[in-house]
Write a protein that binds this ligand. Structure first.
Ligand SMILES: Cc1cc2nc3c(=O)[nH]c(=O)nc-3n(C[C@H](O)[C@H](O)[C@H](O)COP(=O)(O)O)c2cc1C
Length: 266
């Protein structure tokens, strides 16, 4: 979504860049923010809340003076105030959030314990992406014209967000540490270790173990080439096909960690 927004802003004559927060330090971010007239922050919504790395990243941001700011989130169905909750983490730092938006994206929760519907069908994915692209077009126009637009920044959305966020925060520590690697299926490729944004999975020379720092992104679960990752002791249900493999065919999640600098065109 960030790459697509950049593409559209460039198409409208603005100089724009997108970075994964996994590839830059807070100090580098501070320099970039210092040089930018407008900054944007985007994240996938988890239980109407921000993933931990985004919260930590925002906590380390420098103070600015009335910097024009966009906050957006991706979500499968709804979050209530998904963008506004991100803006609340920027409060008191001088970020003036004039733009806030939510983009519906494919569901990435494919664990066997809940069995939510998901798809890897390129035709269905492209319908979802095209719809999101239209919304990006809309927010890009608002940004270029300087007209503020904030979806979900109101009391009702906040209350709806709380309905999901409060139980999620309450049970997060119970939900988060049930990822494991099934040693019988594992082919020792190390992809789960490389992809984990929380350094949760590590290899001790014999086994793949976890440190208890899982943030529930499910990247290991979804992108293990042999579906050897289990969640709550359940492996992926093979009858459901492969787990979610990203928003486009042949999506390479290494673009997020910086181990692959090639950008995917959507
Ligand atoms: C732990 C977790 C919690 C989620 N909570 C929500 C939610 O509250 N509302 C929603 O619409 N989607 C929710 N989702 C779905 C993701 O927000 C959505 O699929 C997002 O686009 C995933 O982005 P990614 O594939 O870039 O990680 C959740 C996903 C995860 C892993």
């Amino acid at each position: 979504m960030a790459d697509e927004l950049v593409r559209q802003l460039k198409g409208k004559g603005l100089a724009a860049m997108a970075y994964s927060i996994e590839t830059i330090s807070s100090a580098e971010a501070a320099v970039l923010i210092g040089e930018s007239a407008l900054v944007g922050f985007g994240y996938p919504i988890y239980g109407s809340d921000l993933p931990d790395p985004m919260k930590n990243f925002m906590a380390g941001l420098p103070e600015v003076s009335a910097r024009k700011t966009l906050v957006f989130c991706t979500q499968w169905l709804w979050s209530g105030d998904g963008a506004a909750i991100g803006a609340s983490f920027l409060k008191d730092k001088g970020y003036k959030v004039d733009w806030g938006e939510h983009f519906l994206m494919p569901n990435n929760v494919t664990v066997s314990i809940i069995r939510l519907p998901y798809t890897n069908d390129p035709a269905r994915l492209s319908i979802i992406l095209n719809r999101a692209r239209k919304r990006i077009e809309h927010i890009a126009e608002k940004i270029v014209s300087g007209k503020p637009f904030r979806r979900g920044f109101n009391l009702i959305s906040f209350l709806l967000g709380c309905l999901q966020r409060l139980p999620y925060r309450r049970f997060y520590h119970k939900l988060r540490n049930d990822i494991a690697v099934d040693s019988l299926t594992c082919i020792d490729c190390g992809e789960c270790v490389r992809l984990c944004p929380a350094e949760n999975i590590y290899y001790n020379g014999n086994d793949y173990l976890t440190r208890g720092s899982c943030i529930l992104c499910l990247r290991c679960y979804n992108f293990c080439p042999v579906t050897a990752i289990t969640y709550m002791k359940r492996s992926h249900l093979q009858s459901r096909g492969e787990p979610y493999r990203g928003p486009v065919e042949n999506f390479d999640p290494n673009v997020l960690t910086g181990t692959n600098n090639q950008r995917t065109e959507y």
